[in-house]
Design a protein around this ligand. Sequence first.
Ligand code: HSE
Length: 299
Amino acid sequence: MRVQIRVPATSANLGPGFDALGLALALHNEVVAEEADGVLVRIEGEGADRLARTGDNVVARGVRLAYEEAGRAFKGCALTCLNRIPTARGLGSSAAAWVGGLVAGNALLGEPLSKETLLGLAARAEGHPDNVAAAVLGGLTVSCVTAAGITAVSLPVPRSLAWVVLVPAVTSSTAEARALLPRTVPREDAVFNVQRVALLLASLQAGRPESLGVALDDRLHQPYRLKLFPWLPEVAAAARAAGALGCVLSGAGPALLAVVAGDGGGVARAMEDALKKAGVGGSARAFDVDATGATRRIL
Ligand code: HSE
């Protein structure tokens, strides 16, 4: 049996929702998988020059993990990966790889594992649930880590909003960007973020996008990550001046995500120009939201 999996790119945090919110974007990696003796990996597109083609490949590790969880012997798999999600940019390429492998493995096994189980396995592998929840469920996801696993809910997003992603021509490591964060934060900062993440969800639910300008602000991660991305304030200011409701770091960066009511073209150009002025190349474009999450097809 051969299976084809599609997994969306994801932007985590959305400002105040550190390790809790994720947004699935209409940009997909694809994996075609079948059982084989040993691991064979073909990669086209993003990361093809760098990603492992052995059993260390994250998609292959995801397939193996599904077999182990289902209590089935893993002899190997042949994978063809078509990667469209830029790697090491804060757009969930590693989450997409884990989810792609897990969903592929589960499909090859006849789907013994539930979505919740796959989500829990992917979140444990990633170390945080926000990207994998959006990759599995689609839409705007809220996820919580509990003793029993991950509780996640996917919310629809108003179609009137454009989501502009700026991908700088530089890469960054999530581990490094997490290492910059303090172990403890002032209570005022925790309250600041609780207020904003609640307002963010309420604004979207109530169809009041004008509140997003306030709601997208954050004190838990972005201020500490400016060390890695010193151009963030100027690019965000340029996005807002061009009409964006707000502009935040996408996941652990370096990509940025701006929210625009209406067409995002002008904001995309303004963000590219501001980044260029700061001496960094990059390109921006507007994406639709992926409302379905990872899908699988038996070929
Ligand atoms: N919530 C995670 C972080 C997302 O900001 O470190 C990483 O993609």
